[in-house]
Each structure stands twice: as C-alpha cells, then as structure tokens.
Design a binder for this molecule. Structure first.
Ligand code: ASP
Length: 342
C-alpha cells in the first residue's frame, strides 16, 4: 500500500543549499523536492511539503512554535499516514520531546530529522537523513504504522525522540540516546527493534493536542562551589514553577544545611523539583547515597533516566494542565510517553 507523508519544514541547516552563482548558503525550496531528489519517486510514498512561516534557526524555537507544529499535525492528521519534521539540530531534541507530550493518543509516525551539513552541499548528510526518515514515516506492517510514536532519525539510527540529546556540534552522528536503545538501525535494511517501539492501545481514542505549555521552568546544574546566594536567587526567581535539578552521578547533591533548606523552602512554596543526572548516561537512584536521600526526603521528584530536554518539556506540558498538586505529582512520577524507565 502507498503511504502519504507530510513533510513539515521548520528551518535549520538541512534547508540550505549553495547558490550556484554566489556560493552563499540560501534556503532550499522543499516544494521542489522531487526535482532535487528524483530518486524519491522510487519510494512507495506520496509526499506533500508544508513550510512553516517564518522558517527559523532552531535556537529561536519557542513553546508557541511547538504548539503551532502540533496544530499543523492535528489539522492534517486524517489525510496522512505519517509526518516528517525537518528541524535545526541545535534544539531538535527539545522540540521533538515537546511534541511527544503535546500529541496525545498519537497513533501515526512523526519522525524528526535534520542535518549537520546543508542539503544542497555535495557531502551533505541531509539527503540520507531525509530519504530514510520518509521511508520510516511511511513504513507499515500489516496495514499499521511501524513506528507510531514521535521519533528522531539521524545517521543510521532511529531513536525515541524524548530519549535524545544533541551530543556533538561536529560529528554527523550528532544525537545520542544513552538510556534507551534505538527503535531502528539502518544498514542495508532497516532493522526495527519491535519490542522497543511504543504502540497505542487497540482502542486508542482520537489524536488530541495540548496547547498550553507552562512557563517558569528553570534548569539548575550543580557544580562544586555553587553558592548559597546564587542558588537562593535562582530558587526565588519571580514566576518560578519548576526546577530541573541536574545533579551529580546517580542523583547526588551537597548535603549542606543551607542547600537542603533552600530546596525545601522552594518546594514548600509549590515549586516542583525534578532530579536528573548530569551524566547523561545512567539513572538517578536517590536512595543510594545519603546525598540523594536528603533530596528525596525534602520532596524532590526522581527523574530516573530522563534527559534534561524531556524533563523541561514534560514539566511545561504537565504544569500547563493546571491540575491540583496530587494529580500533577502523579503525572510527573510516571512515564507518559516512554520518556523514562522507572
Ligand atoms: N543552527 C542550526 C539550527 O539548529 C543548526 C542545524 O540545523 O544543524 O537551526
């Protein structure tokens, strides 16, 4: 069966080509995608392209852009079998994580990709990333999508989007998913890791999107020597609603009385604090050491093996629902889209 795919181009390096006359990088017109890549006609897919306006460098992406992307997917959901989102690599993991939360009851593939080298440059990595992302978005097994979740494809590997981080500003394999295996590995064939892929319940309700993302999130990365006054200022910032606390190792932090007191005061004021490890690989276990136990005892939530990108966007999503405290904590304590393994 032929699949129909909507490509949503948001901006980033993948959308640039070298102007033949001036040699400067100019935007690539994705609506001419078949002219540029005639080989795409050989894939068993029909492709439409939508360009978001304005296209942005992903360093400028905002929660409003994420909602606009979710709305675009919702509005086109019935007409397409899958979606490919072309995005700058710098913040792709944030956007893709945000979309994994905003798209509720998703049952179709949404594959993010981009490139380190512009698509119009001879040695680009964008051509392969784009073509394989399209193939994955259109892949079906028994009439149902092969990967019905928000994923990120880069350099031969497909990841769950909310498990990724950009880890290299240079290498073509720019993304890593240290705490969750790839959903697919691409060689001569595309080898899907079927047990790792999230599938909706048989009776899953219709796609819904959330359009409210909370502001007031802060990331506090600990370092030896972090000062009391600085931490106090950070934890009493006006409008603060939640903190992603990037701790040492398996979720450890200083045990100094002032440190714990400042955290406890913030939590008592209603600020949610989620503990993630700044190691990237591995997980937070707050009961392992005294230094983690203190955090747990003052109400810090365990982020398990979640990335900072997933923690930030999950907090925006969950707090955007404006639920009572007990329900908010319940949503923060359980994985909603496979973003952590408890
Ligand atoms: N600055 C670009 C962006 O993130 C880099 C890229 O696309 O790789 O939009």
């Amino acid at each position: 069966m032929r699949s129909s795919i909507l490509i949503i181009y948001t901006g980033g390096t993948i959308g640039m080509k070298t102007d033949a006359e001036t040699g400067a990088l100019v935007p690539f017109d994705f609506s001419g995608i078949y002219d540029e890549f005639p080989s795409l006609k050989r894939l068993n897919v029909d492709i439409d392209v939508l360009t978001m306006s304005p296209v942005i460098d992903s360093s400028n992406v905002s929660p409003e852009n994420w909602v606009a992307m979710a709305e675009l997917i919702r509005d086109n959901y019935a007409r397409y079998d899958g979606f490919v989102v072309l995005h700058g690599t710098d913040t792709m993991s944030y956007t893709a994580s945000a979309l994994s939360f905003l798209l509720e009851n998703l049952a179709k593939p949404v594959v993010f990709t981009g490139s380190q080298i512009p698509i119009g440059v001879l040695r680009t990595d964008g051509r392969e990333n784009l073509i394989t992302a399209i193939e994955i978005a259109g892949a079906q097994i028994g009439g149902r999508p092969e990967v019905p979740e928000v994923s990120l494809y880069f350099q031969n590997r497909l990841f769950r989007a909310n498990r990724t981080s950009k880890r290299s500003a240079e290498a073509l394999s720019a993304f890593r998913s240290d705490n969750y295996p790839p959903l697919a590995e691409v060689g001569v064939n595309i080898a899907y890791n079927l047990p790792a892929i999230l599938r909706p319940e048989q009776t899953s309700p219709e796609l819904r999107i959330s359009t409210r993302l909370a502001r007031g999130i802060e990331v506090v990365k600990l370092f030896p020597g972090i000062g009391e006054e600085i931490l106090r200022a950070m934890l009493s910032a006006p409008g603060l609603r939640a903190v992603v606390l990037e701790t040492f190792g398996a979720g450890n932090a200083p045990t100094a009385e002032w440190f714990i007191r400042l955290l406890r005061e913030a939590i008592d004021r209603g600020v949610y604090v989620v503990n993630v490890s700044q190691c990237g690989s591995g997980r937070v276990s707050m009961e392992l050491y005294e230094t983690g136990l203190r955090l747990q005892n003052c109400g810090v939530l365990c982020g398990y093996d979640m990335t900072t990108e997933a923690a930030v966007t999950k907090l925006m999503y969950v707090l955007g629902k404006e639920l009572p405290d007990d329900q908010t904590r319940l949503l923060l304590r359980k994985p909603l889209r496979g973003e952590f393994t408890p």
